[in-house]
Structure formats: C-alpha cells, structure tokens
Design a protein around this ligand. Sequence first.
Ligand code: ASP
Length: 324
Amino acid sequence: MGGWAIAVHGGAGVDPNLPLERQQQAKALLTRCLNLGISALRSSLPAIDVVELVVRELETDPLFNSGRGSALTEKGTVEMEASIMDGNGRRCGAVSGITAVKNPISLARLVMDKSPHSYLAFSGAEEFAKQQGVEMVGNDYFVTEDNVGMLKLAKEAKAILFDYRIPLESTCGAAAESPIQMNGLPISIYAPETVGCVVVDGEGRCAAATSTGGLMNKMTGRIGDSPIIGAGTYACEVCGVSCTGEGEAILRGTLARDVAALMEYKGLGLQEAVDHVVQKRLDQGKAGLIAVSNKGEVAYGFNCVGMFRGFATEDGFMEVGIWD
Ligand code: ASP
C-alpha cells in the first residue's frame, strides 16, 4: 500500500483569458479543499467520508459550478446533479434535477446509504431529501449575479455553455475565432467548473464524488455525465475517478469506468489508463479527469485548454494547477 492520496478538480476547459484574480481565487479554493481533505485523512476518516466532505466545501463556495453558483437552465433555474461511489463494496448514490438541497452530494450519499436505490431524480429526490431532513434552501441561494449575466450572454449567442464560457462575438477576441462546437452549436472558449474529488485512504479504499449545476443555458430536464456512475464518476477496489467537461462527450466515452476497466482487465497503471482514455475515448477538446489508485498514486488528463485541479499524497507531494 502506498499511503493515502487525494485529488480535486474544479472543472475542465478553462478560458485562456481568465483574469488572473479569478485564477488565484480558484487556486486558493482548491488548496483550502485539499488541506481539508488532508487533515481528514490524517485523522483516519474513510475515503468515502473525505470525498463527501471536500465536495460539500466546493458546493458551498459560489466560485465553481456546483451547489451555490450552479450554472442555470434556459429558464434561469437550477437543476443540480451529483454522484458518489465507494470503491469499498462498489456502493453508489446519485441525484439529478435538484433545485432546493443545499448540498446535493450529501443527498447522493443518503441515496446510497439510506434508500433501496442508487439514483433518484427531480421531485422524488427532493421528497426523499425532506424525509431525510437535509438542509433545504430557496432558489435565490443558488443563483449568483455572475451566472445571471452569463445566462444572458449564452442566450444572446444562442449557445449552450459550460459555466463561465464567454460566448462567441462577445468580449473575448480569441473566442470569436473559435471553431469549437457542441452538438452542432457554436460555443465559446470555455471554463466549465464542475467539481469533483477522488481519494484513496490509508487502508487503500478508493472513493469518488462529482457535483455540478450542469451546462449554462441547458434545457430543463437535461442530465449530464456527472450523476452517471461509470461516466462522470466511478470507484472500485483499484481506483477512483471523477470527470469534468462536456457531459455528452463523457457519456459517449464512459470515461470513468473505462479507466477502471483498463486497470482491472488489462493491468494498465493508473496514468497509462488515464492517458489511454483521454486519447482514445474522448473527442478532442472536450473534457478531463482526475484519478487515484489503491497504491496511493494520483493521475490526471485533459484534452482541452486547462483544468482546475489539485493533488496531494501522504509522502508530502502537493500541487495545484490550471494549465497544461
Ligand atoms: N460535465 C458537466 C456536465 O456536462 C459539466 C462540467 O464538467 O463542467 O454537466
């Protein structure tokens, strides 16, 4: 066993013109979350508790696209989604269409622990949340001024956006030349900011968690990769994986499960499996992922401009980055 390891992400596909101040805010938040995870691991918390704890923190801060600060639907509402998986026993829980639960990741955890099911959505999920007594808040809590502005820009550009992308013909000169498209629609250079955390604890147990508001200006009812076990999130005995980027591309590539499958069936190492999946299973420019192995390794890969990310391992290694 190689000791504990933790990785966090705050979304893939960063706008290359992202203001320095925002880059610094993102790095500070990732560092704070890593430190939170590190102290939990030092106190011997199991991997599943650590991923939930860290993602709750990311959901509570409005900076990234999850919980407070979630991307908005075409109607200006929030429909959040999240999933969590414990590699120890391959248990999982997921939720979609969440409008009023302060921390969707904890609702996903309750689905895993306290319901007979793995995945609850929309009104049924919120009814379950009420029964479980989780903290509920009004729509205003989630909707930030930044996101209202971004939705307006997205509508003007007739584009479905990853959070904080700057639409074509808007303020970002580079974006106007961008040939990037999603499902045939032009989109800008972008900065999706879904969050995720993967952990292997000191006993070699892996876990993964992902939480998001989805895509800016998405259709109501749209479900992306983040709550889908095997696409946006996966954990088993050998690894934990969390993805971010264009959900439709991640779903097509079953990215998270493919990393695990390459390790389980082909005996690939963690970074090798991640590289293979990013190069062979993912359309260019679409997404990225973070991963840990039961040997205490961390790995990541992305094929877009950048990915907000941070890593730490028990031997003292720690790194936070955005660009390649
Ligand atoms: N994967 C998320 C989705 O498609 C977006 C993101 O990662 O930012 O909903």
